[in-house]
Write a protein that binds this ligand. Structure first.
Ligand code: ADP
Length: 445
């Protein structure tokens, strides 16, 4: 195991990684921008290094400063968390070149999976079902139209370099498709510096279901079951649960096997997530693989009893997985709510500022992953996630009731939050019946 690692991130995930390290006896180095000077992750790490001004482009995205911080503190490895440099193959390469272990898959795998079109091609080759659509990057608008007529409208144009819901456009007609083709390309060029797009059938009312995998550096790969992430607003997840209300043991086994073979086919190592969309007839199709730990990894930890961050560190330090697929069992039900500093009454506008009062829920089955505290000033520079509220209970009904009770107890003053909006979803009859899709929020608004 490493004796010291650096965490190239901020906020709740930085603190989450520090906690895992402390329990493993690994020393930690936090990096921080000027805006995060007083953040708890900075003070709870064993050491901390300021890496620049508040803007991410001047701090958390500055590879050379992060590498320099690792070198001056003698950190042996870097955990990238999620977002920022977590899926940047160049950063993983630079870490390797500097003899610092990148806690994640190899740069080659990050590059392959980061190109969603290539990932699609790779998955089809090994027999994992992908959404019907183009076989490669679209050459022009004419090709998009031809494929749309073959697979039938509606269709979705997606950026190959895409992420965070950017560079995606749905089209129901020929004219709309021409527009979608050009607007998706322009958005992709602006956001990712790469205008490559491909086309897929747009699945009506799908569910987003993803499988967590763990792969060591000795060819052992396991899956940790599914997470249902269909409660999304503008393709951003808000509530996740495990198990999914619609996934049976048989489907879990099949999807799990597909995810494991996906990982094996590319020599995947460390933690990763294979994302699928599922149609009304429970057919599932690969959409992408995330080569990092995800925000919602917590609910998988709750139902499997495993600590995914600790597993990431063990794998990166060369250890073999201490369990096989048959040893992984699932207990109870877990739900996560993402609490954002946003104003739901004003179009979910970010609501940064000073937290004047705060009361966290507690009691049985409650976990809170957060970095905020009274008087903390939420900076304007980063995403608006301020806390993850996670519950675990014997079954789904009990988990929903527990989440409503916990949201009732959760009190934040000084900034607006999504707490009341989340409560409304948890109380919705269709949600309670497990009867929902990625269209749920659009429908209830
Ligand atoms: P990103 O990398 O930007 O997150 P994804 O490919 O993971 O993009 O898709 C994000 C979300 O967009 C999915 O969770 C789903 O809600 C929706 N989506 C993506 N592809 C399709 C599709 N073919 N049909 C219907 N919805 C889709």
């Amino acid at each position: 195991m490493f004796s010291k690692i650096l965490i190239a991130n901020r906020g709740e995930i930085s603190l989450r990684i520090i906690r895992a390290c402390k329990e493993l006896g690994v020393r930690t180095v936090a990096v921080f921008s000027n805006a995060d000077k007083y953040a708890s992750f900075v003070h709870l790490a064993d050491e901390s290094v300021c890496i620049g001004p508040s803007a991410s482009s001047d701090s958390y995205l500055k590879m050379e400063r992060i590498i320099a911080a690792a070198e001056i503190t003698d950190a042996e490895a870097i955990h990238p968390g999620y977002g920022f440099l977590a899926e940047n193959p160049e950063f993983a390469e630079i870490c390797e070149a500097c003899n610092i272990k990148f806690i994640g898959p190899s740069p080659q795998v990050i590059r392959l999976m980061g190109d969603k079109n290539n990932a699609r091609i790779t998955m089809s080759k090994i027999g994992v079902q992908v959404v019907p659509g183009s076989k490669d990057i679209l050459k022009d608008e004419k090709e998009a139209l031809k494929i749309a007529h073959e697979i039938g409208f509606p269709v979705i144009i997606k950026a190959s370099a895409g992420g965070g819901g950017k560079g995606m456009r749905v089209a129901h007609t020929d004219i709309a498709l021409s527009n979608a083709f050009f607007t998706a390309k322009a958005e992709a060029e602006k956001a990712f510096g790469n205008s490559d797009v491909y086309i897929e059938k747009y699945i009506d009312d799908p569910r987003h279901i993803e499988i967590q995998v763990l792969a060591d550096e000795h060819n052992n790969v396991v899956h940790l079951g599914e997470r249902e992430c269909s409660i999304q607003r503008r393709h951003q997840k808000l509530i996740e649960e495990s198990p999914s209300p619609i996934v049976t043991k048989e489907i879990r086994e099949k999807m799990g096997k597909a995810a494991v073979s996906a990982a094996k086919s590319v020599n995947y190592t460390n933690a990763g997530t294979v994302e699928f969309i599922m149609d009304k007839d429970l057919n599932y199709y690969f959409i992408e693989m995330n080569t990092r730990v995800q925000v919602e990894h917590t609910i998988t930890e709750e139902v499997t009893g495993l600590d995914i961050i600790k597993e990431q560190l063990k794998i990166a330090s060369g250890e073999k997985l201490a369990f096989k697929q048959k040893d992984i069992t699932f207990h109870g039900h877990s739900i996560e709510c993402r609490i954002n500093a946003e104003d739901p009454d004003k179009g979910f506008r970010p609501s940064p500022g000073k937290i004047t009062k705060i009361h966290f829920p507690g009691g049985p089955g409650i976990r809170i992953d957060t970095f905020i505290y009274p008087d903390f000033l939420i900076p304007t520079f980063y995403d608006s996630l301020i806390a993850k509220l996670i519950v675990k209970a014997q079954n789904r009904k009990e988990a929903i009731n527990r989440m409503i009770r916990a949201l009732d107890e959760f009190y934040v003053d000084g900034v607006k939050t999504t707490i009341s909006f989340l409560k409304m979803i948890l109380k919705n009859g269709d949600f309670q019946k497990g009867n929902y899709s990625t269209k749920f929020i659009e429908r209830i608004m």
